[in-house]
Every structure is written in structure tokens, then in C-alpha cells.
Design a protein around this ligand. Structure first.
Ligand SMILES: [Zn+2]
Ligand SMILES: [Zn+2]
Length: 174
């Protein structure tokens, strides 16, 4: 329960910021990355206004992880359509922190407003029937519909996480 604050917004905490190398075409430049509520911001230096703002909710995704070169290739929507760029981290530690954080941005928003009953069996929650959030799709279910814990590396988790029966039956997990 100690880290429930982290769980609520779904993202890894604390929110990182720092330098990276950024390349979109043939040139590479050193940039300062910050994360705000809805975007990844790239600026030419710390405190400078961002020259690129990548919207997280609008189709941002990690195309590939090149760990031996500390590179993260990301794709996002821009005015020109789909764009991609490479973020190359300066150290292995930076690479690991950023890849895990950027993946955590893809976690589902948790279903909070309508959590009176399990979304699978429709039984009401009460003291003896507590609610659980599916880490994969975000819905609220009762314990008997959230029995499985699986690896969700693609969402930046490094432990096995609870998912609902629907998600479990849609895919086979290790
Ligand atoms: Zn249920
Ligand atoms: Zn689910």
C-alpha cells in the first residue's frame, strides 16, 4: 500500500529529467528531456523552452530498444503525420531509467469513477469483496477475477503484476 500514490497515476516515480542525445534526421544534438502531465519535452538546455513537444496520449510508442547502444527509438504523431526519433542516453543507468519510465507512460488510466462493482461478474464491492485494478487494461474487478499475476515488461514493470481474467484469457503469459 505504501506506493499507492505511484500506482494511481500509473507511471513510474519519480519522474526523471536529464540530458540525452536526440536525432531525427542525420544530425544529432544534445537535448534536455522533461516530462509533463501529457508530454515529453525536448529543449536545447535545462530551463530552455522546448523545441519539441511529444504528446503522450496521441499515439506515442516505443518502436525499439537498442540497449547495447543505449538508444530508444520512439514514434509519435506530428503535424506531418507519423514521425520518429532516436533518444540516445549518456549512461547505462540513464538508459535503464528512461526505458522503464517511457514504457510506464503506456499504462492504462485506472477506472476510478465507476468502481461500485466488478466489471466481470457485476458483484458489488464491500468490505469483504475488495476491488483490484487490472494493470494491463485498468478496469476494476473483484479478487476472483484478478487472480493472475504476469510479467508486463512492455509497460515498464519489473515485477509480476495483477491482471484481470479477460486480459489473461486474451493472451498467454509467462
Ligand atoms: Zn468479479
Ligand atoms: Zn484487464
Amino acid at each position: 500500500m505504501g506506493n499507492s500514490k505511484t500506482r494511481e497515476n500509473g507511471r513510474n516515480s519519480p519522474v526523471p529529467e536529464g540530458y540525452s542525445f536526440y536525432s531525427s534526421t542525420s544530425s544529432e544534438q544534445r537535448v534536455y528531456i522533461t516530462i509533463s502531465k501529457n508530454s515529453i519535452n525536448l529543449a536545447s538546455g535545462q530551463g530552455n523552452p522546448p523545441f519539441k513537444i511529444i504528446n503522450i496520449d496521441k499515439d506515442f510508442r516505443i518502436l525499439s530498444e537498442v540497449s547495447d547502444r543505449r538508444c530508444i527509438i520512439i514514434e509519435y504523431n506530428s503535424q506531418k503525420g507519423k514521425s520518429s526519433c532516436i533518444l540516445r542516453m549518456e549512461t547505462v543507468q540513464d538508459y535503464q531509467m528512461w526505458i522503464s519510465f517511457l514504457k510506464s507512460l503506456k499504462r492504462p488510466k485506472w477506472d476510478e469513477s465507476t468502481s461500485l462493482f466488478c466489471k466481470i461478474c457485476a458483484k458489488e464491492f464491500k468490505f469483504f469483496r475488495r476491488q483490484h485494478h487490472c494493470r494491463k487494461c485498468g478496469i476494476v474487478v473483484c479478487k476472483s477475477h484478478a487472480r493472475n499475476k504476469v510479467w508486463l515488461h512492455e509497460l515498464g514493470y519489473d515485477t509480476k503484476e495483477r491482471i484481470c481474467n479477460t486480459c489473461f484469457s486474451n493472451k498467454s503469459f509467462g
